[in-house]
Design a protein around this ligand. Sequence first.
Ligand code: URA
Length: 234
Amino acid sequence: MMRLDKLLAHCGYGTRKEVKEFIRKGYVLVNGEVIRNDDFKVDEINDEIIIADEDVAYERMIYLMLNKPDGYVSATFDNYDPTVIDLIAGYENRNLFPVGRLDKDTVGLLLITNDGKLAHKLLSPKSHVDKTYYLKYEGKFMEVHHQLFKDGVVLDDGYKCMPAEFIDLGNNEGKIIIKEGKYHQVKRMMEAIGCRVTYLRRISFGTLNIDESLNEGDYRPLTKEELEELIGIN
Ligand code: URA
């Protein structure tokens, strides 16, 4: 539970003073009832909060789909390189962070949010969220490697990966579906069978698929349906 004025200010509806003013004027409804005292406690997950006819249920947390370009690090701050958060404008002071990491040279789908709970759930090793990557590689992916991927490839440090699937697209291109997110995982899995990844693009993360209309560097809020599906994982 949290104070109504605090929640609305956190959601970007104004300063604490401004949102108190909205509340006193009767612009804010909680579960259909006008609430005029700013210290009213709300359940930020379950209560329906409407401010001047706008449902804030999905606004209080930010969920953005970014098509990550090459050259950006998946962090909120870096001493040397630009970060994926540097690409996001208009959400200042909202504590956004990327959900998981893509390598600096990996492109494609990256979820940016300030919802720590959801991020934790999606990244938890127990969640086994499917991630699909499109890749180009040098070397030869052989028939026998399909089974090896299914059984669990052993990486250079001895770690045995969870079962993964490789879809051969011919021309040294493929798709790979993995359920975990170890450091450089796809590159190392390919190295384990004597191949070298030359291009890597994430195209899906759990139920979320890259919006092909987003150019690299562009982002957009998740739709309500995308968010509901993602929250519904597990
Ligand atoms: N696997 C990699 O090797 N790199 C990424 O960025 C993501 C998965």
